[in-house]
Design a protein around this ligand. Structure first.
Ligand code: C5P
Length: 230
């Protein structure tokens, strides 16, 4: 019997990596595959939620299953600015917001409208700060809305990871922070993941490892527990 414990919930999930243009053919990007966010969208939809999946750049095939699910609506974006607009829109009617996307912290200050040419010499790219989209969503939180942040951290030990996670959870104002360790060989691009789930105070309320779908299930379990009347 399928669990439909998220039925009647509207959920907004962001995923993938933003691309910040340099010129018409080049961009600043990151290695996010979009798999964890797509898994969250599918798991929520499978549990009865109506899902808006705001997808920046993702690897090939990552959205295939979500694109045919009757309860998942996909909105494609590219830059952080586009992702911010789409998530702000989706969050306005969402009960739960999960910011899984790897948003570029910086964009090129003056995007060139013509291709930069070698003849012009080594380009000096001046960067400017992108808005912290999650912070904006937290500031605009609707009554009763649950906000989930993600944090990819490099750490030398589990203790360091938990410590960084605790401080970030307290700083971000989110209801749940899902922390995962990334490095050259883990986290991004991988089919598997291992996470710690922290509450607003930074205390661990769950952990999960395995497929990104298994991690998604654990995250929604934590959301459901948080939202359960007690
Ligand atoms: O501080 P840090 O970048 O590690 O926070 C990660 C969380 O913040 C993720 O949920 C990510 O989607 C979100 N984020 C954001 N806007 C940014 C950078 C990160 O919403 N400019």
């Amino acid at each position: 019997v399928p669990r439909v414990d998220l039925a009647d919930l509207r959920v907004a999930v962001s995923t993938g990596g933003t691309r910040e243009p340099i010129d018409p053919v080049r961009y600043l990007g990151n290695r996010s595959s979009g798999r964890q966010g797509a898994a969250l969208a599918l798991d929520a939809a499978g549990r009865g939620a109506e899902v808006t999946l705001v997808a920046a750049h993702v690897d090939d095939g990552v959205l295939t299953e979500a694109s045919t699910h009757p309860r998942v609506q996909i909105v494609r974006v590219s830059t952080a600015a586009e992702l911010e607009a789409a998530m702000t829109d989706a969050a306005a009617t969402a009960d739960v917001v999960a910011m899984v996307a790897a948003v570029a912290d910086y964009r090129v200050a003056a995007v060139s409208h013509t291709k930069l040419r070698k003849e012009d010499g080594v380009p000096r790219l001046e960067l400017t700060t992108n808005p912290d989209i999650l912070a904006g969503l937290v500031a605009a939180r609707r009554p009763g809305q649950t906000i989930v942040g993600f944090a990819a951290e490099t750490a030398d030990s589990d203790a360091e990871l938990a410590d960084r996670g605790r401080r970030k959870a307290q700083r971000k104002g989110v209801d749940l922070l899902v922390v995962n360790r990334v490095g050259w060989e883990s986290g991004f691009e991988s089919p598997d993941n291992r996470v710690l789930i922290l509450d607003a105070a930074g205390d661990a309320v769950g952990e999960a490892s395995g497929t990104k779908r298994a991690v998604a299930t654990a995250v929604w379990d934590a959301v459901a527990a948080l939202r359960a009347p007690h």
